[in-house]
Design a protein around this ligand. Structure first.
Ligand SMILES: C[S@@+](CC[C@H](N)C(=O)[O-])C[C@H]1O[C@@H](n2cnc3c(N)ncnc32)[C@H](O)[C@@H]1O
Length: 200
């Protein structure tokens, strides 16, 4: 897996080390176990997916995580992305919108020794005001627009990594330069399951 990710352009040694250390098969449904170390997304509970390892690696690389950074993840899902962040020494807060996944993953991750600071059943569009500001925020579902609370909850110098779009998303990174200024950069097309809005 690590060799494949390197060949696809992932360079951050800490990201590669974290992914190399995590048993991805434990995060997947038993019917897909034979494919756990291929670079593909797979179904998990509640019609959701565990993202393709390349996507996890690329988003994590773009987040520029350092040990001790306070990171908010939107879309806990299987817990795999949270495990990658925890392996890298981040302090992780994670929000999941679907109760079935929230319950399953909040029991499962600590069993593997991965302990986010907080796992929240809630709406990622709102972020986590009471624990803000964050060094980084990573959104792991396709966002139809950039939620303002996520920008507002970044530290100065903090980064929001978010796939923006409807059917197809552009991986977008916002870096907070000052109280009111954000730098925006785009990093190619991806396809995520949609970030659910309250009306859904
Ligand atoms: C591609 S999956 C996440 C993959 C996950 N990070 C992992 O490592 O397995 C997207 C997740 O975002 C969740 N989600 C969708 N809309 C959300 C919202 N508004 N707030 C929080 N989570 C949401 C979905 O239920 C799903 O679990």
């Amino acid at each position: 897996m690590v060799r494949t990710l390197k060949a696809k352009g992932i360079e951050d040694k800490e990201v590669l080390r974290a992914i190399g250390n995590i048993p991805r098969h434990l995060f997947m449904d038993s019917s897909f176990l034979d494919h756990a170390y291929t670079d593909k997304p797979f179904p998990i509970a509640a019609n959701q997916t565990i993202s393709q390892p390349y996507t996890v690696a690329r988003q994590t690389e773009l987040l520029q995580v350092k040990k001790g950074d306070k990171i908010l993840e939107i879309g806990t899902g299987s817990g795999y992305q949270a495990a990658v962040l925890l392996e890298m020494g981040a302090i992780v807060y994670t929000i999941e919108r679907q109760n079935e996944l929230f319950k399953k993953t909040s029991l499962f991750l600590p069993k593997l020794g991965y302990r986010p600071k907080r796992m929240v059943f809630g709406d990622g569009y709102l972020g986590l005001e009471e624990d803000a500001p964050f060094d980084g925020i990573i959104v792991t579902a396709g966002a139809p627009y950039v939620p303002n609370p996520l920008l507002a909850q970044l530290k100065i110098g903090g980064r929001l990594v978010i796939p923006v779009g409807d059917d197809l998303q552009i991986m977008t990174v916002f870096t907070r330069k000052s109280e009111t200024k954000f730098e925006k950069k785009e990093y190619g097309e991806y396809r995520f399951v949609p970030m659910l809005e309250d009306k859904n």
